[in-house]
Design a protein around this ligand. Structure first.
Ligand code: UD1
Ligand code: MG
Length: 464
């Protein structure tokens, strides 16, 4: 088989996005547009994959780079033809086919590309372009065919005649071209068009004029090859993608109580018989186990949630791990590398950060647990605060197994509370406590009978 290279064009400004960020870094279902295109191309057994970057190049390379991908720089954006030319240095001595795609068509699938390559190879043509028919061809390049159906050229909407503009068959921006012809043809491009750019599309007319075998391959799935050029197009695509992801997870046995209000990121996975309530957002690399319950209004990002875990109403969970049957919420905030062991319970208005909470340990009401490691079967009373920050450094708190922390306890870190300790209500603990001890503050409460009446009388006298 002929060697195969690929070029992905991702240097454009994306003017119509009106963004300080490169267009190809905008997210669809939480994944950058360009990364999605790369994921579709990678399984095709390529010898080379070159991404052409320009606008915000460093950021694009940082966020979308991975082993095996080469980058080429297009310093100034003079059009799609100029962009492909920028990749030339990586193809010195390469003879074979080059697949070209745009970085802004994120719904592209490996399947469609594979089929396109197959017809290109089977028919032994110099140039193939993938096309599609749209109800509304909008600003896409129009595919112009001769009477016999043979493609003659591609004309951009703004350069097209009124007659040409009525054509419903458009250029998807996906091509497969013999390398020798491609790079020679690029040298002959002229920016004689409305935008004054070097159009890659003009190589089609060149191939036809040279009598080289050229074909337009019509695909039947218009959604797959849609390009993102504006925020509105991105939003429309997101809506379609979300509907697809929701259907996919429901078909795999997940219950979505009010599907239209659930957001599911591309890299999220959800186990069977998990039930997800309304207004839930599942983002990043989140995984939900089997039989979990997410009651609703939850924001969950980059979390690993074990089987049978329960996230009660209105919680924020980020970068944390919930083992099986852990319970969180309602109204809890669990974040920054926290690990909850099986059956741990984090309740109302509790914040947990960078902490490990042991098996069957509970913190059910109004607490802050930070930089803390808690053993198993402990109970953290309402209003407990771990004072992990003295204004300069963060320090650790360790709480052993079966410790009972009374309500309104203040634990001043660094501190270790060993196993089986009892902490009396409203204690400020500043020193380590040995196993099995009781700890309480000695200042006893004072009761002054009749104090209120005396105070009121005094105030009344003052006002006269
Ligand atoms: C392009 C095609 C059009 C096709 C459409 C499909 C041309 C002239 N037009 O139009 O026929 O219907 O795609 O989506 O090719 N880019 C660069 N450097 C540049 C210019 C663009 O790398 O100097 C990249 C962009 O980052 C983008 C891709 O090329 O990923 C397409 O550019 P865009 O400006 O979106 O072209 P369209 O107007 O959509
Ligand atoms: Mg485009």
């Amino acid at each position: 088989m002929e060697p195969l290279g690929a070029i992905v064009l991702a240097a454009g400004l994306g003017k119509r996005m009106r963004s300080a960020q490169a267009k190809v870094l905008h997210l669809l279902a939480g994944k950058p547009l360009l990364s999605r295109v790369i994921s579709a191309i990678q399984p095709l057994q390529l010898n080379w994959l070159v991404v052409v970057v320009g606008h915000k190049a460093d950021e694009v390379q940082r966020l979308c780079g991975q082993p095996g991908i080469l980058f080429a720089r297009q310093r100034e954006q003079h059009g799609t033809g100029d962009a492909v030319r920028a990749a030339r240095e990586h193809f010195a001595g390469f003879s074979g086919d080059i697949l070209i795609t745009c970085g802004d068509t994120p719904l592209l699938t490996t399947d469609t590309l594979a089929r396109f390559l197959e017809t290109h190879r089977a028919r032994r043509v110099t140039l193939s372009v993938l096309t599609v028919e749209l109800e509304d061809a909008g600003h896409y390049g129009r595919v112009i065919r001769a009477r016999d159906g043979q493609i003659i050229k591609i004309v951009e909407a703004r350069d097209a005649s009124t007659d040409e503009r009525t054509t419903r068959e458009i250029n998807t921006g996906i091509y497969c071209v013999k390398a020798d012809f491609l790079f020679a043809a690029l040298e002959r491009l002229r920016p004689a068009n409305a935008q004054g750019e070097y159009y890659l599309t003009d190589i089609v007319a060149q191939a036809v004029a040279a009598g080289l075998p050229t074909q337009a391959v019509l695909t039947t799935n218009p959604h797959e090859v849609e390009g993102v050029n504006s925020r509105e197009e991105l939003a429309t695509m997101e809506k379609t993608r979300q509907a697809h992801l929701r259907r996919q997870w429901m078909s795999l046995g997940v219950t979505l109580e009010d599907p239209d209000t659930v957001y599911i990121g591309e890299e999220v996975t959800i186990g069977q018989d998990t039930v997800i309530g309304p207004n839930t957002q599942l983002k990043g690399k989140t995984t939900l186990g089997i039989g979990c319950r997410i009651d609703g209004s939850a924001y969950i990002e980059n979390c690993a949630i074990g089987d049978g875990a329960h996230v009660d109403f209105s919680c924020v969970l980020r970068d944390c791990e919930l083992a099986s049957h852990a319970i969180v919420g309602p109204f809890a905030h669990v974040h920054a590398g926290t690990v909850l062991a099986p059956h741990a319970v984090i309740g109302n208005f509790v914040e947990v950060k960078r902490s490990i909470v042991g098996e069957h340990t509970k913190a059910k009401h109004l607490a802050y647990i930070g930089d803390t490691e808690i053993g198993r079967d402990a109970n953290i009373g309402a209003g407990t605060i771990t004072c992990n920050y003295d204004g300069f450094t963060k320090s650790k708190t360790k709480i052993g197994d079966r410790v009972q922390v009374g309500s309104d306890t203040t634990l001043v870190a660094p501190i270790t509370i060993h196993d089986d300790v009892y902490i009396a209500t409203a204690t400020t603990v500043r020193h380590n406590v040995p196993a099995g001890a009781l700890v309480f503050n000695t200042r006893q409460e004072q009761i002054r009978e009749g104090w209120t009446a005396a105070k009121r009388a005094k105030e009344a006298a003052r006002k006269k």
